[in-house]
Write a protein that binds this ligand. Sequence first.
Ligand code: DLL
Length: 439
Amino acid sequence: MSEPRIYNPEMECMNPDEKKALQGERLRKTVKHVYDNVTLYRERMDAKGVSPDDIQSVDDLKLLPFTEKTDLRDTFPFGLFAVPKEQIVRIQGSSGTTGKPIVSGYTENDVKIWTEMVARAMAGIGADEKDIIQVCYGYGLFTGGLGAHQGATEVGAMVIPMSSGNTQRQIMMMQELGSTILCCTPSYAAYLGESIRDAGLVPKKDIKLRAGLFGAEPWTEAMRQHIEETLGIDARDIYGLTEIAGPGVAFECQEKNGAHINEDHVIAEIIDPVTEEQLPYGTAGELVFTTITKEGMPMLRYRTHDICTLYNDKCKCGRTTIRMGRITGRTDDMIIVRGVNVFPSQIETVLVKTAGVVPHYQLIVDRVNNSDTLEVKVEMTEEIFAQTDSLGEMQRLQKYIRDQIKSVVGILTKVTITAPKSLPRSEGKAKRVIDNRKL
Ligand code: DLL
């Protein structure tokens, strides 16, 4: 097992002035490139009265127009490409809000840069040629599978491209081949942990996993602890999105105090989602990215709708890049129940900390007699299920969870404790919220 290392110290440990100068230079180039080659950006900048010459440094970023997911949908498929199609060597995509996918195009150099971004995350967990990396993110248009695969190959590891699904086969391969690193969504990691235990296998003895890179959906510190305990591994967060590159836009180091953003390739901002004003470090808001090295489909001030906080204090690992805290919700998946903003992560934190239930849950929102209702369905553990007089215990648990959620979120919920393994499992991103009010 190798020690965590910094893959590209020259870029990851730059001093702040050097970094700002490099970002400014790359931003100037990007703005000129998109103004000359993408109609949407040229029209938006013209409408704001901003010319490429007005953008001289990172401080001028706020003059630029924002880009939204709807822009990708409206210009689907090639409208935001900034190079001739002949130079695009890869398409990746993700689901849009209306069923039509959104796609991103990569030049050869874009794929190379994306690969290095994931390699930095891999090096951060000490991955090298001694590792066997099992990738259970989906392969295909989704960036998870191929992204993790490329990064794992770059650090010289042996890659098992399992893709998602078929849990029994995942466990068999993990056991037989001796996988040391796992790449999948955190909800699937929790499910794998549970299935490994159910199969009578003992982590660290029968299973050689030592670390994992988990992302593609929000998760909490409590969920990290749960995964680390059940699988006996070091669980790290990896963040990214198709529009910006894929996984690897940011990743956690061994300090586990936020994910380092690859600032030589992207500029991150936090804005107030309503006023659209930039917010200072340490304040929660909506994360916005501008790509500064992408050729195929550069993004200017792309609104992620992910809510988090940026930190620029020094990290003990030696990297000087700023860090993003966990995604605490999305401006668009936040549920508003009787006027109160509720984030699934708040409820997850309560559930993971509660003995007697496992972190498999669903939130069901409905409207009864013009009033919103929120039901929290969560599974009990096998131990509780096996107890003969579990009715009393169940009522106690229900009340406990209801009170905890009330004190954290501020609203009364209906808590339903279901039998073990009764809620649907996901092999990719978990669907936590079912909002029946929209139907
Ligand atoms: O989910 C890329 C990815 C793959 C990241 C594998 C990490 C690992 P999309 O399908 O375009 O791309 O979805 C992007 O997923 O805006 C966030 O809302 C969410 N997301 C991604 N990573 C994290 C994370 C991939 N670590 C959207 N924590 C983003 C919380 C995440 N949310």
